[in-house]
Ligand binder design. Sequence first.
Ligand code: F0G
Length: 460
Amino acid sequence: MPLMEPYRIKVVEPIPVTTRAVREKALERAGHNLFNLSADEVTIDLLTDSGTGALSAAQQAAAALGDESYAGARSYHRFRAVVDELTAYPHVFPVHQGRAAERILFSALLEPGQITISNTHFDTTRANSELAGCEARDLPCPEMKDLESDEPFKGNIDLVALEAALTGPDADRIGIVIMTITNNGGGGQPVSMANLEAASRLCRRHAVPFFLDAGRFAENAWLVTQREPGYENSSPREVAKAAFRLADGCLASLKKDGIANIGGLLALRDDDVARRCELILTATEGFRTYGGLAGRDLEMLAQGLIEVTDPHYLRARADAAAHLAELVNTAGVGTVRPPGIHGVYLNAGRLLPHIPPERFPGHALACALYIEGGIRSVELGSLFLGEVDSDGRLRTPAPYELLRLALPRRVYTQSHLEYVAEIVAAVAKRAESVPGYRLVTVPPILRHFNATLEPITPLT
Ligand code: F0G
């Protein structure tokens, strides 16, 4: 079928169209950090796919039915019924977003000194592990090392390394294994059902809790139906249900595959851990039937969690990401391959070889895309993931210098993405003129949100 969005547009919002001079000034004022821009200064906002999706008419209608009772609201029961059908976990807690679920679960389950293991921890997951006094270890599969190879499941965990950890000298300290589906920190790549099954078996054998970080559970399920032998005749919902049933529970940011602007989920099997989670939830988020959300949010989430596994929607979304990846590849810009769904990850390190990691090529590319065409994206390279001294000098670079073009759900059309590809191509043509950056102010934590930088010319 030719590419086509399986929905039509009912409500529109104008896009800010700006001039290069205005953008140059805005970037200067923002300390060359795209997080400091006002959204009115951005033409195409690909900073994140989180909380940025477009609501359906059915979600808006459901919102009008929101029951705002403090306890036992009708909207909670509707949310609960959808989550029960999808996950079958006996304990279900709504939370305001994914990182709240991380904080609550880790405080309830983990002791300081323990280890959390993941295919790749998302940054808030790592931060919450460390705030709980634990050590976060990533065990991405070896296939991920080759960014541009077409291995189908580069989001997998390294099973050999996982087994070694579970039987090694630190085995007693492992408090949880978390599989991030899809693997956002690992190029948005999917995890196979075979990998989930094997990891689940290993954890069960060694009595270690096995959880999913399931923010993009439907997108992972879609890629399984497309890439994993034996699942070609399954629906994405069937695959998603099977994945949840392999785990002891899940954490999820529902700002992604809940297709809502706010919301999260913590769901699990263990009664004792659930009791402890409920206490922390009530003290810090809200009563167990709303967890910091309004009744109307729960309604929109319940409806979003139904819509998100529609195969036509998922196919269109995967096609859009693949189309954008193909256009930028044709323009000579490498991407993490094969294309995932929620974002296209550009290989900035390869495009800008004249900019060394200590001059942040991913960030340089992000600034260049903004100046060229008002596109906002996010660096996933040494600025975000490297180790930096307090004086701004890079001590350890990130393994890759990437830039993520995240794709909000149901927001941008094919022609918007073609515009993005043209801007990427224009920057690629003058790649050698893109300057590197130096850190000016360096906050001690959450550096990429708050740092300010300046371009370095002449190029060094
Ligand atoms: N886990 C994963 C895999 C995520 O991608 C995110 C958020 C979270 C947890 C935290 O959820 O934002 O609802 O608190 N990712 C966003 C992103 C912010 O842009 O990738 P949250």
